[in-house]
Write a protein that binds this ligand. Sequence first.
Ligand code: ATP
Ligand code: MG
Length: 408
Amino acid sequence: MSNLIAISEDFNWPAFQRVQKLLYTAITVQGYRDVRLDFSGLRKAFPNGFVPLIVLVDQYRKQSGIEFDVVLPQDEACRRSILDANYVAYLHPKLELPLSDKANALHQFSDDSSLNDLINKQIHQILERATYAEGVLQSFEWALNEIAGNVLVHSGVEHGWMQVVVHPSTHHMAIAVADGGTGIPETIRSVYPQFAKDEDAIAHALKEGITSRPDFGQGKGLTGTLQIVKINKGGRLAIHSFKGRVEWLNDRMEIKGDFPPFPGAFVDIQLNTAEPIEIEKALWGSAPGFPFNESLYGSGLPIGQMRMALANEASGFGNRITGLKIRNKIENLLVSAPNDVLEIDFSGVELIASSFADEVFGKLALTLGFVGFGSRVRFININKFCRGIIDDVVQSRIVQSRTSQNGQ
Ligand SMILES: Nc1ncnc2c1ncn2[C@@H]1O[C@H](COP(=O)(O)OP(=O)(O)OP(=O)(O)O)[C@@H](O)[C@H]1O
Ligand SMILES: [Mg+2]
């Protein structure tokens, strides 16, 4: 007989904790071997509910041979969202569902090259989803590399999970990274055995210079991430590992014990994308050495120059939706590298629609102003036709802004 666990609420961190307790009772106390996770009444899915649940279920399955199956939500949009996020595929692998490669889905990584590819994909995703206050993108890239890199270096297991979700309307970014490995308390106690309580060991790991592998690391990853979150107004960080949980929320740190234990490490970062982050202040006076704008858009170019090959950014240039994504990217690149010039390389692009051109370049000229647009954005390998379209939409926008300034 299988035990039924009904989840009919917003599935976020507190809901996960409730389900974790129910699973513990059913499996460890009552001895059930089969569990049905019933999401039929699910209202909304959140990474900080599903990501730890997937790690927990994976552990129960691998270590104790427990079988899980899933009842899908009745609500169509909700069902789609948990399928698209890969949650069902990971919770119920026997269904052999194809994994979505959408960047905002949950993904596994297992080595540095799969991690690098995934992080680059995440950067492209978030670059085109929204625009961000100064320092947010660099902070995101730095923290994600550090936290996910920790899984490869410290967890002792073959793979970790990562999900990044951006909500442009609420200026909110959620980053969830988890593994089902050794856990932070145990690695810390291998060097600092005095921290008997898991939560105290995690709090110690968050201090500057604390590392269990002094041969390898400098103890900067967790503490730098905490600084970033502290500087970002509305930022949050929660770390959960075995019987400890440490959380930075509403300008204060909460350190507490928790039961049942979470078998691995789960790091939940939430950023307010509209609030600037002074990254030098967070990271000991230095900005990251080789940020994404240089690695993805500046490689092989002189300092101060970035290049975007338009043909690589989309498969067609005919509508405003694509235009908005590309303009977001351009604005983000210009904000991330305020002294750089961005070259837009039109090689391979024969034709663009006026609506696309207006959405990207017309509106960009409005925000940057005539001089800013002319000095920070350059076009290379552009044909006469595309140049004519861009000239036309930029001129119309400039006329429009003058007219509205004059109150006509
Ligand atoms: N996913 C994890 N699993 C197990 N232990 C972890 C994990 N993440 C962090 N830790 C522990 O927390 C310590 C501090 O992590 P932190 O990222 O701050 O420093 P580091 O990785 O040791 O060094 P650096 O980040 O400078 O390379 C680690 O040394 C390790 O003991
Ligand atoms: Mg680290």
